[in-house]
Design a protein around this ligand. Structure first.
Ligand code: SPD
Length: 280
């Protein structure tokens, strides 16, 4: 038993536990750990990705604000998401008929399925779920125009294999493949620990889609614990207003998300960021 830390800007974010697996894939260093506080967890290149008893803090806020507000949710695309948590939350929506997930690193999927099976849960065997191990950026570029109702980006920080998931070209391609009434969402880093990156993501999404807003919440093991997800749409900020019957279908099994939590999360924008975004 020892400390397993992510170090960022002179601060350590750590859990006490054991390292179960440590290996290097063609894309990154992958660590699977078992912690006292949050159960088994996953790090990529030394950065916390998820843990059994904290993953809902991240996955519910990424998925449900988008799936409860898009006009239709038949066809959904996840880029990244190799641990399966985002897919699991998407498939709780019975209106989803086809879910593509494109993860670049097959070892992340294999290790997650072996060591963190409860995170993906039944998603791995759901007939609506279609997993491709490959380049998500190329998948988006190769997809037909207006082919998805919702596009979710569940990548890691903008470095290594995830660096191309935060630029204008990628966001423009995501807008192109979104159907009318569709919603795009991406994890958008911490407003405290990655402030400049966070603000740049929101600005860029506003330029590309016309409408984009950050939603704030907490993922205690991530740098600063304070996290954000940014939602974008072409036809207006529809991502702010959950569709009640859809929300009612999933609410009972959520630990973090609710329509009220969603509204509060969008309202909880720090004043200095609100000003920064106004002065574009
Ligand atoms: N700094 C951590 C950002 C991680 C975002 N992705 C987490 C993957 C969980 N499915």
């Amino acid at each position: 038993m020892g400390w397993i830390d992510e170090e960022h800007q002179g601060v350590r974010y750590g859990l006490s536990g054991d390292v179960l697996v440590e290996e290097r894939s063609p894309f990154q260093r992958i660590s699977v750990i078992c912690s006292e506080r949050y159960g088994k967890g996953l790090l990529l290149d030394g950065c916390w990705m998820t843990a059994e008893h904290q993953e809902r803090h991240y996955h519910e806020p990424l998925v449900h604000p988008a799936l409860c507000t898009a006009q239709s949710i038949e066809r959904v695309l996840i880029i990244g998401g190799g641990d399966g948590g985002t897919a699991r939350e998407c498939l709780r929506h019975t209106d989803v008929t086809h879910l593509d997930m494109v993860e670049i690193d097959g070892r992340v999927v294999e290790l997650s399925r072996t060591h963190l099976p409860m995170i993906g849960g039944s998603a791995w065997s759901d007939p609506r779920f279609h997993l491709t191990i490959g380049d998500g950026i190329a998948w988006v570029s190769d997809s037909a125009e207006q082919s998805y109702d919702v596009v979710l980006v569940d990548g890691s920080d903008p470095a290594g294999p995830a660096v191309g998931l935060f630029n204008r070209t990628f966001f423009e391609q995501c807008r192109r493949i979104l159907r009318p009434g569709g919603v795009f969402a991406t994890q958008s880093e911490s407003p405290e620990a990655f402030r400049a990156v966070h603000v740049a993501i929101v600005r860029l999404l506003r330029e590309v889609f016309g409408h984009a807003d950050p939603l704030y919440g907490w993922v205690p093991m991530y740098p600063s614990g304070w996290w954000s997800w940014t939602f974008a749409a072409v036809d207006g900020p529809r991502y702010k207003s959950p569709i009640s019957p859809r929300a009612a279908l999933i609410q009972h099994d959520c630990q973090i998300w609710s329509p009220r939590w969603q509204r509060g999360g969008f309202d909880a924008i720090p004043y200095s960021i609100e000003l920064e975004l106004q002065n574009e």
